[in-house]
Design a protein around this ligand. Structure first.
Ligand code: AMP
Ligand code: ZN
Length: 114
């Protein structure tokens, strides 16, 4: 079984501020927040990058997005607005190689990102 930083959060070997958990996903606060609200939604199953998604993962990705939407509401950023981001590999800015959906809100976001 692959062990990585986020797998260790899934298995509770590394602590995190967990906002939500079910059979397939975990959501927790980002340790280095880039906005007043910044949390991550990850699959419990290890997937290294977005390039590893295959047909059959549609439900998982949709569930991650719906989890993000519901937690954004709980965090009070639905109406003000928020950003979802997934980074893939080096030039995409990925630093942790277990896919994760960033949810950022609570401040204005510029576009395009740097
Ligand atoms: P990325 O650059 O898209 O791979 O994002 C990785 C994110 O994981 C960064 O925003 C980090 O601040 C965050 N991160 C790294 N280690 C931890 C941790 N132990 N707990 C929570 N978030 C983390
Ligand atoms: Zn992992």
């Amino acid at each position: 079984m692959t062990q990585c930083l986020f797998c260790s959060i899934v298995s509770k070997q590394i602590p995190a501020t967990i906002l939500y958990e079910d059979d397939s996903v975990v959501a927790f606060r980002d340790i280095g927040p880039q906005a007043p609200v910044h949390f991550l939604v990850i699959p419990k199953r290890h997937l290294t990058t977005l390039n590893d998604l295959v047909v059959g993962d549609e439900h998982l990705i949709g569930h991650m997005v719906l989890t993000a939407q519901q937690l954004a509401a709980k965090e009070g950023i639905s109406e003000s607005g928020f950003r979802l981001a997934m980074n893939c590999n080096r030039e995409g800015g990925q630093t942790v190689y277990h896919i994760h959906l960033h949810v950022l809100g609570g401040r204005g976001m510029s576009w395009p990102p740097g």
